[in-house]
Design a protein around this ligand. Structure first.
Ligand code: SF4
Length: 105
């Protein structure tokens, strides 16, 4: 993963998201639920959630996804409700849209 530990200024090893980074950006609900469950065990979830909101990030941050950040008034730039579902449908149809947004600078 790399981005979040750098923002939080902590080593990557103790963080659950450093072991299965793709889980935190997965499209399927099951994987996202697993990521959120792991965030609930993380000692940094509050500051992580705040960083996700502040940076208007994509993916799971502090157990919160894009919809959660949008509900808090911190939607990621360019994010629209239902975009993930449309992306998944597009992938199933083979139209090949990008699955992960670019990282913020
Ligand atoms: S709360 Fe979740 S995303 Fe944030 S550092 Fe912990 S495991 Fe990673």
């Amino acid at each position: 993963m790399g981005v979040l530990p750098a923002l939080l200024n902590v080593a990557e090893d103790p963080l659950p998201c450093s072991h299965e980074p793709d889980l935190w950006y997965a499209d399927d609900a099951s994987s996202r639920a697993r990521a959120c469950a792991k965030c609930a065990q993380c000692p940094f979830w509050e500051s992580c959630r705040a960083a996700g909101r502040e940076g208007r990030e994509y993916g799971i941050w502090g157990g919160e996804d894009e919809a959660g950040r949008a509900a808090a008034g911190c939607a990621p730039k360019g994010w629209r409700p239902g975009a993930r579902r449309r992306r998944m449908a597009s992938r199933e149809l083979g139209t090949g849209l990008a699955t992960r947004p670019p990282k913020a600078a």
